[in-house]
Ligand binder design. Structure first.
Ligand code: ADP
Length: 240
């Protein structure tokens, strides 16, 4: 009986993941059309007020797309369907693209963005740069989101393992609100948000860190955090 119940529970869980994956996929198609046409509308509009409205719709649509992508990734990871696709990539061009995204995210917030990329960075590496980008974006977006003043610093170092392999060591340091010691253990759980009283105005699903941890582990790496409440946090991860 127990075996049967277990099989049923697993079947139900699979059905849930499949449903989530299919739904988020179906939601993305019309949303991408909305975003595309908003872009055209924005380009062709000369009215200031209209521009402002379009911009706000655009931000919300992008936000919604981010949430849907998170749900899609989460359900793929849960059902074991997320694949790591390794290929050759150029880390410096990845950092350049990322810096453009962060500049955009920071908007008019009074935070300094600092980059500290090791001078011994190689020109070409082997790995899944799309997934690495995703993790860096998650950590940097959080750092920017939960910091009011001071700085956010992305540091990337290399560590030689052998003639053919290195570790890429990332850290994202912020001078933001920090995380309570008793909350640290919950951070990487799915749908988990902490300090909700302080964060009630901030958008999010509590999926970003759970996905980041899973992605890093699928790439055979490790992820962690150190934080002082009220002072700031450092999130770090290492990927071979
Ligand atoms: P969310 O979508 O809520 O940002 P995450 O999984 O990315 O979800 O983060 C989980 C929770 O961890 C957040 O709700 C927030 O309370 C906390 N958190 C994450 N990064 C930071 C940070 N840099 N500083 C302070 N709190 C953070």
């Amino acid at each position: 009986v127990l075996k049967e119940a277990l099989a049923q529970a697993e079947q139900a869980n699979r059905a849930k993941s499949d449903f989530l994956a299919r739904m988020s996929h179906e939601l993305r198609t019309p949303l991408n059309a909305i975003i595309g046409y908003l872009y055209l509308l924005k380009k062709n509009s000369s009215d200031e007020k209209e521009q402002d409205y379009i911009h706000k719709i655009y931000l919300s649509a992008e936000n919604l797309l981010g949430l849907i992508n998170d749900i899609l990734d989460f359900s793929k990871i849960e059902s074991g369907k997320l694949e790591i696709l390794e290929e050759e990539y150029e880390p410096m061009s990845m950092f350049h693209d990322l810096s453009m995204i962060f500049l955009n995210r920071i908007g008019d917030k009074d935070i300094e963005l600092l980059y500290d990329i090791s001078p011994s960075m190689l020109t070409r590496l082997w790995g899944d740069d799309q997934r690495i980008r995703q993790v860096v974006i998650n950590l940097m977006t959080n750092a920017i989101k939960y910091t009011q003043s001071g700085y956010v610093r992305l540091r990337v170092e290399t560590e030689t393992i052998s003639d053919e392999a290195i570790n890429l060591k990332f850290s994202v340091e912020d001078t933001g609100q920090g995380i309570r010691q008793e909350d640290i253990g919950k951070l990487f759980n799915s749908f988990q948000q902490v300090d909700t009283k302080k964060n009630y105005k901030k958008e999010g699903t509590g999926l970003g860190l759970a996905i980041s941890k899973q992605l890093v582990e699928l790439m055979h790496g490790t992820i962690g955090v150190e934080s002082t409440y009220g002072k700031g946090s450092v999130f770090f991860f290492t990927i071979p």
